[in-house]
Design a protein around this ligand. Structure first.
Ligand code: NAP
Ligand code: F7E
Length: 350
């Protein structure tokens, strides 16, 4: 019997939250995976180390290369060496608040990085290579009506991160139209997990409340409590990335849960799950959360966590993905929080 050729995927951003879940998924699907990691002075492979030394994964099918999408030559060389069936571009300076501090760098990586990969595919004439662009709900930015956003909602980004993602989105569409490259955009709304970076708000809240609970921290300091987000689980969203590239034609897809919560609600739910009850007092930047049991302030606010321009409302309509990709989220926000809390608590339960 003829041997079935394994598919080869190249993941830029494999060391990040989404890259690690996607790598797990593709290994289970028997892909050969190549991942690109940046040189760093300290270890940056924490999220994927288990792929190399666990019996659950075939570590003969995963290879890591040094590279950086700010470097067009190395990007082209890696793609040329591997000639993958699928390229997932998950690499980015992905922190919105940080993009106000390092706008030029953010644009170089998050916008031009995507262009460098697509140019490599074009120059190398890789007609069969499919490209996934990690687009973002941050592209919507200033939302006029507080309703579910879909693939035809106009973009009005509110940060250089959002602006860069709009550039990368349109670059993917352009390479599809101009050169016939199979380039698709996944417009993913916020997705979180135990592997979320520590300065994103969900991880900061869960990690902070757990540390307060076990007596390692007194207070959690945050910014805007009233922003609305649509939070899903990164593990579910990795499945959507794969499905997007298996669809019969390249296209653009909203991936979300269509559920909304404020940052404050996320705090209240997390606190309740930890048997902590919070009473909110004060207004504006002086608003504080008191632990009802002790009367002590456990949450306060600091202007430094506010953004010059905020994205106030995000909720996604994923009907198109549900209908054509047969994708829907399987993990509720509630179970997402349970998963994140369990992970943090395990650090202290020996
Ligand atoms: P993340 O945890 O911040 O991961 C970003 C990845 O990009 C990391 O592997 C990082 O490497 C890598 N990277 C950064 N700069 C690079 C460079 N110059 N060259 C090569 N690699 C570089 O982000 P994530 O949450 O997994 O998100 C994955 C992608 O989806 C990002 O593009 C993000 O903007 C986008 N996105 C995320 C969400 C979300 O809610 N999570 C929603 C929509 C879109 P290090 O590990 O060395 O830092
Ligand atoms: O903020 C508010 C903050 O940084 C969420 C990235 O993955 O999702 C993410 O971007 C909300 C904002 O995520 C703090 O102002 C309050 O309104 O967790 P975040 P984000 O900015 O929505 C999108 C879809 C991406 O594409 C991005 O890559 O929470 N907030 N207090 C705070 N946010 C942070 N980080 N820290 C606070 O102390």
């Amino acid at each position: 019997m003829a041997k079935i050729k394994k598919k080869v995927a190249l993941i830029f951003g494999i060391t990040g939250q989404d890259g690690s879940y996607l790598a797990e998924l593709l290994l289970k699907k028997n892909y050969i995976i190549h991942g690109v990691k940046r040189r760093s002075s300290s270890a940056n492979t924490e999220r994927i180390d288990h792929l190399f030394d666990s019996v659950n994964f075939n570590n003969k099918n995963i290879f890591i290369h040094y590279g950086d999408i700010s470097d067009g030559t190395s990007t082209l060389n890696i793609i040329n060496k591997i000639k993958p069936d699928e390229i997932y571009n998950l690499a980015a300076q992905s922190h919105v608040r940080v993009s106000f501090d390092v706008p030029e760098y953010t644009a170089d990586i998050t916008a031009l990085g995507a262009l460098r990969i697509l140019e490599s595919i074009r120059i190398l004439k890789l007609k069969k290579t499919k490209y996934y662009q990690a687009s973002s709900s941050e592209m919507y930015g200033l939302v006029k009506k507080k309703k579910s956003l879909d693939e035809i909602t106009p973009f009005h980004p509110r940060s250089i991160y959002g602006v860069s993602k709009v550039f990368a989105y349109h670059t993917a569409v352009h390479y599809r139209e101009a050169y016939g490259i199979f380039a698709s955009n996944g417009i993913l709304f916020n997705h979180e997990s135990p592997r979320r970076g520590p300065t994103f708000v969900t991880k900061k809240i869960v990690q902070g409340l757990v540390r307060i609970k076990v007596g390692l921290q007194k207070k959690l300091t945050l910014g805007n409590l009233y922003a609305v987000r649509d939070w899903g689980h990164a593990k579910d969203y990795a499945v959507s990335m794969w499905k997007i590239l298996q669809y019969k034609k390249p296209d653009d897809w909203v991936i979300a849960t269509n559920k909304e919560n404020t940052v404050k609600k996320f705090i209240d739910i997390s606190a309740r799950k930890l048997s902590m009850k919070i009473k909110w007092v004060g207004k504006g930047i002086n608003e504080r959360g008191l632990d009802i049991k002790t009367g002590k302030t456990i949450i306060d606010l600091d202007k430094k966590y506010l953004r010059p321009t905020e994205v106030e409302f995000l909720k996604g309509n994923f009907s198109k993905a549900r209908r054509y990709l047969k994708w829907k989220p399987s993990i509720s926000t509630d179970d997402l929080i349970n998963d994140m809390i369990r992970f943090e608590m395990n650090k202290y339960n020996s």
